[in-house]
Design a protein around this ligand. Structure first.
Ligand code: FAD
Length: 332
């Protein structure tokens, strides 16, 4: 099968509240490495309303070209309109690779585009590489409960597509004044063709700091015994201005909501400091926090696996240790 017509690494640029979502800039960093290795160009696909000016930022973060669909029809994300724009853009310009952030929007759009093109899609990738000569994308992700890394290939179709977890790739240092090529596109879709309407956007802001954006995450596990026991996690987080994280067992017990969950079926976090309190250290949890700058575990079992993934370990009862830490931090 010949893929000679396909070239270029593309990144779907997600925009929220008028700003580029950080994972899109991270993907431009990852995409630039792939593009350089392959000797091809890096492009961003920008879809939204009043978004054209954001292209300047994309050039500074590595994009050579920006395809822009700027129209009121794209004011809010809707699968049908965004998919139509991206499909048409793919059919016209034939990229070799498209990367999306593994956010709810990125996952929804990528799977819709993959189905309609059709092509393959590697979900939740954490490592990306490309074969220099063939252009085959090597997208790897944890599999079998995080016990192995699986590299997934799409040999028969183009473009090759992957969603990539936020905070795994690194954005380039922006080059102020770097410029690229703007290609303005229009999609052949009308409002009456779209079956969904956005009636209201409800912000979900029960916690002050999002765990995947926080510098410090204080996470608690089932070892805290109950929702009442889990309060020590909230208290320490409050003292440090940190976000609250949790293991899956805590979420399943209903002590906190799912958007606090760290791990394979939760969020990946890379804060500067991660506290794991009463968390055993199951691999499915570790994959979501192992790239944190400093990991501090508190557990009353000296053999708990969490200590193997921690920089500092405190063996003892969380209900004795955490209040002491709070007391000390309050004095700083
Ligand atoms: P436990 O394993 O019960 O550990 C509690 C710990 O607390 C123990 O180490 C104990 O020694 C300690 N402890 C007890 N009392 C105290 C005390 N007083 N002071 C200090 N320490 C104490 N898990 C996730 O977290 N995130 C995921 O995304 C995730 N995805 C999964 C996906 C799949 C497909 C599967 C199969 C599992 C997944 N899990 C996930 C579940 C995971 O395997 C573990 O079951 C879970 O992480 C365990 O949670 P825990 O550490 O809070 O509880």
């Amino acid at each position: 099968m010949s893929f000679e017509d396909y070239s270029g690494i593309w990144v779907f640029i997600e925009v929220k509240d008028g700003e580029i979502v950080p994972v899109s800039l991270e993907l431009l960093g990852a995409g630039k490495e792939l593009a350089d290795k392959r000797g091809t160009e890096l492009a961003g696909v920008l879809i939204g309303e009043n978004v054209t000016h954001l292209a300047d930022t994309l050039y500074e973060y590595g994009a050579d070209t920006v395809y822009v669909y700027d129209d009121t029809i794209f004011k809010n994300y809707r699968t049908e309109s965004y998919m139509k724009a991206l499909l048409e853009c793919c059919q016209k310009h034939k990229p070799e690779v498209i990367l999306y952030g593994a956010t709810s929007t990125g996952k929804d759009l990528a799977s819709a585009v993959a189905t309609d093109l059709p092509t393959g899609l590697t979900a939740d990738s954490t490592i990306l590489d490309i074969e220099k000569d063939t252009g085959l994308l090597l997208a790897s992700r944890p599999a079998f409960g995080g016990n192995i890394m699986a590299t997934i290939l799409c040999k028969k179709y183009r473009p090759q597509m992957a969603t990539v977890r936020p905070k795994v790739m690194k954005a380039l240092t922006p080059e102020p004044g770097r410029r690229g090529q703007l290609i303005e596109e229009t999609a052949s879709i009308k409002e009456e063709d779209i079956r969904t309407k956005v009636l209201e956007i409800v912000q979900f802001t029960t916690q002050k700091v999002r765990i995947d954006e926080a510098d410090i995450v204080v996470a608690g596990g089932k070892g805290l015994g109950s929702e009442k026991g889990f309060q020590v996690v909230h208290d320490l987080a409050e003292t440090l201005g940190a976000a609250v994280g949790a293991s899956r067992d805590v979420v399943e017990a209903g002590w906190v909501e799912h958007h606090h969950q760290v791990g394979q079926t939760g969020l990946t976090v890379t804060p500067k400091i991660y506290f794991a309190i009463g968390i055993s250290g199951a691999i499915q949890h570790i994959v979501g926090m192992q790239n944190s700058g400093l990991i501090i575990a508190i557990n009353n079992d000296p053999e708990a696996p969490i200590f193997q993934s921690s920089h500092y370990g405190i063996v003892g009862d969380a209900f004795e240790i955490v209040p002491l830490l709070i007391q000390q931090f309050k004095q700083v």
